[in-house]
Write a protein that binds this ligand. Structure first.
Ligand code: HEM
Length: 421
């Protein structure tokens, strides 16, 4: 019967244009949380313009979607101006799979992480020096910029002069600024830089791998820009939210700092191999990304019929992955608002559904940079916690909003003092 196959049986608000309701909730991330709280784990919602989508906040039901290899074109069309050889976020599966394989061989590989570790450490120490001098800092602004510097060094190699690296960072910021008069000039500069890197004898492992896989220069330029875009706000806010939560939970901060001190044993900065020994810090970071997932939701488009518990969804349906609502699902996370890194001990994690914690998404379109991001975030946190004490500057209201990522609306201001002082 057709009635069983349409979306009408799925609970949700009255089916009218969703623009107003989404704006009233303060964005799609909040709207998804509200709808799941009101209507349960599978909800139907109208998007701006009236198209109907389905959102799924139950990690077991999500398994039925884990093989979908397509994103809805319209939701990612805003990225098209950045791309010249096809939008990498919405490439068809047959083109996406080989691209993903090349990215993963580099981005997920330990040799590549180790090769860039010393440079990442230098960049972090530079920031810690500056913060120590300043005493009062804005976390998101500075940590996003640090992450951008790291991914530039990573993707473009060490061959760029300091002036050119600084120009790349500012050109990238120009490309992302809405009121920028000349994004074309900034884009052209970035593309020209990637071409120069391609032509250089020392071209960096990522660009080299893409070139060796036979990708066109245009696709390589797109890839480098997409990776820089995907890598820096996300990692920057993950570290910011972690420092924020630690400042609100002094006993967790003491425990994380004690672990860093013990592992470093008098050294100022960690080696790559030390990161694995900071198991509590790892749990803190995971819990921070549960409470504040940098990307608060993802999306897929069904290519065939999908069964979600008692509902059947036809091909061509937009399915939202409401990462934030999944992370707040009280069936997997008792007292979901409470910060408790020990939710991630092996014992506490045993038996929890695989998709209960998905800050990097899942399936064939999940984040290729997840392993690199975890290396960067743990390194930065270890260097900062070893050196500095953070106190939330009084008088701030911290409101998460979505602006590319889940961002604190007016940044997060901290008073910073040296631990030795
Ligand atoms: C804490 C930091 C980060 C978080 C939380 C994060 C999260 C995500 C999420 C949620 C997605 C969408 C996944 C999905 O739809 O299932 C994604 C996609 C992606 N991320 Fe990340 N990311 C982070 C850092 C990075 C880094 C460092 C890189 C690269 C070096 C990167 C590269 C990408 C790429 C290329 C995609 C597109 C995936 C595809 O379409 O195949 N991300 N990321």
């Amino acid at each position: 019967m057709r009635g069983d196959r349409t979306l009408d049986r799925i609970p949700g608000p009255p089916p009218k244009d969703g623009a107003e309701a989404i704006a009233a909730a303060g964005g799609l991330h909040n709207y998804q949380r509200k709808l799941h709280a009101e209507h349960g784990p599978v909800v139907r919602l109208a998007l701006p313009g009236g198209d109907v989508a389905v959102s799924v906040a139950d990690p077991v039901l999500l398994e039925a979607t884990a093989g979908i290899d397509k994103r809805p074109d319209e939701l990612f069309a805003f990225l098209e101006p950045l791309q010249e050889a096809g939008n990498l976020q919405t490439l068809p599966a047959d083109e996406h799979t080989p691209w993903r394989r090349v990215l993963l061989t580099v981005l997920a590989g330990r040799p590549s992480h180790e090769a860039h570790f010393a440079r990442f450490t230098e960049l972090t120490v530079d920031l810690a020096d500056r913060w120590e001098r300043q005493g009062s800092v804005e976390l998101q602004k500075d940590l996003s910029e640090l992450s951008l510097r790291m991914i530039c060094a990573y993707a473009l190699g060490g061959g760029l002069s300091p002036e050119r690296s600084a120009h790349v960072v500012s050109a990238f910021e120009d490309v992302l600024t809405e009121h920028q008069a000349q994004p074309r000039a900034a884009l052209a500069y970035l593309r020209g830089t990637v071409d120069d890197v391609l032509a250089a004898p020392e071209r960096g492992d990522l660009v080299a791998a893409l070139a060796e896989a036979g990708m066109s220069p245009a696709r390589i330029r797109d890839s480098v820009l997409m990776i820089m875009l995907a890598a820096h706000h996300t990692t920057g806010v993950a570290i910011s939210w972690t420092l924020y939560l630690l400042s609100r939970h002094p006993s967790a901060a003491d425990r994380a700092t004690a672990e860093v001190d013990a592992v470093l044993a008098g050294r100022a900065v960690p080696d790559y191999a030390d990161l694995r020994r900071m198991t509590y810090l790892d749990r803190v970071l995971k819990e921070a990304m549960r409470l504040y997932p940098p990307g608060p939701y993802g999306a897929r488009e069904t290519t065939e019929e999908v069964t979600l518990g008692e509902y059947t969804v036809p091909p061509g349906t937009t399915i939202f992955y409401p990462f934030w609502a999944v992370h707040m699902n009280p069936e997997c996370w008792p007292e979901p608002e409470r910060f408790d890194p020990d939710r991630f001990t092996p014992e506490a994690s045993a038996g929890r559904p695989r998709l209960a914690h998905i800050p990097f998404g899942f399936g064939p379109r999940s984040c290729e940079g997840a392993a690199l991001a975890m290396v960067e975030a743990r390194l930065v946190l270890a260097v900062l916690l070893k050196r500095l004490r953070f106190r939330l500057t009084p008088g701030q209201t911290i409101t998460p909003i979505e602006r590319f990522v889940l961002w604190a609306q007016n940044d997060i201001r901290m008073d910073v003092t040296p631990r030795s002082g």
